[in-house]
Design a protein around this ligand. Structure first.
Ligand SMILES: Nc1ncnc2c1ncn2[C@@H]1O[C@H](COP(=O)(O)OP(=O)(O)OP(=O)(O)O)[C@@H](O)[C@H]1O
Ligand SMILES: [Mg+2]
Length: 253
């Protein structure tokens, strides 16, 4: 045998690090020949709230649609709870605990509020059902009053509430909201923000896109700013709030 000295290898306790709810690495996306996302990186931890900011056409919706499987990434990786979900169908992403409230709401006009609401209802990834029909109607009393109305009889605000309620009934661990207050009256907007705060408090992670930067800064933990399909700022909401330079450069009109 050799007479090499025996090296004592110290035993290192490796802490168990929980995988982020969603992690995006080096995401590139195209529409036809048009290259719109150029290597997006982002991560959202359990119960964390991330806002995705940037002027019109910078790639916010495309990033969200890629996470939800509606746009197939050309390059890069999307992991949900540590599992590679790149290129999977939206139904598969949803079963992994992600819900999307899309730009435009996508309420079925010829189904009732009740039908629109309940069509997506199912237990969460772990089988739990913290978001019941009663709980959702409790946070949106207007919907409770309009259960029999058809989707196309609702106001914009009611449609938005229905879209959020429907997403919550899938018992998600990550809720993605794309322009949830767009085009709504100030009072309804306030109501939606207050519901979003409640959802965050309940421990659901969120990715939020909205034009109201001040509301985003008051709700979100971290912010990401996109410009022409690239991340140009990533930091705590407080960091962005105290940085008028970045504000002016990437968010000002
Ligand atoms: N279906 C599509 N086909 C072709 N190009 C598209 C399509 N959807 C978006 N784009 C283009 O991709 C780029 C990113 O668009 P995206 O919708 O992701 O931006 P956004 O940041 O969500 O903008 P907005 O604030 O206006 O919602 C833009 O240049 C847009 O014109
Ligand atoms: Mg958009």
């Amino acid at each position: 045998m050799t007479d090499e000295p025996v090296v004592e290898v110290p035993v290192v306790e490796v802490p168990v690090v929980e995988a982020p709810v969603v992690e995006v690495r080096g995401l590139h996306a195209f529409y036809g020949a048009s290259h719109v996302l150029h290597g997006i990186d982002l991560a959202v931890g359990r119960g964390e709230s991330l806002s995705l900011m940037g002027r019109n056409g910078m790639g916010k919706t495309t990033t969200i649609r890629s996470i939800f499987g509606l746009v197939r990434p050309r390059r890069g990786e999307i992991r949900i709870h540590g599992q590679d979900m790149t290129g999977r169908a939206p139904e598969r992403i949803a079963r992994q605990g992600v819900a999307l409230v899309p730009e435009g709401r996508e309420i079925f006009p010829n189904l009732s509020v009740e039908e629109n609401l309940m069509m997506a209802a199912r237990p969460g990834r772990d089988g739990a059902t913290p978001w019941t029909r009663e709980r959702v109607l409790g946070i949106f009393p207007r919907l409770a009053e309009r259960l029999g109305s058809m989707g196309d009889q609702l106001s914009g605000g009611e449609q938005q509430m229905l879209s959020i309620g429907r997403a919550l009934l899938t018992n998600p661990e990550l809720l993605i909201l794309d322009e949830a207050t767009e085009g709504l009256a100030p009072l309804i907007r306030k109501e939606i923000w207050s519901v979003i705060r409640g959802i965050k408090k309940a421990g659901v992670a969120t990715i939020i896109v909205d034009k109201d930067v001040n509301a985003l800064l008051s709700v979100c933990d971290r912010c990401l700013i996109l410009a022409k399909g690239r991340v140009v700022f990533s930091g705590a909401a407080s960091e962005l709030a105290g940085n008028p330079e970045v504000h002016r450069k990437y968010l000002g009109v």
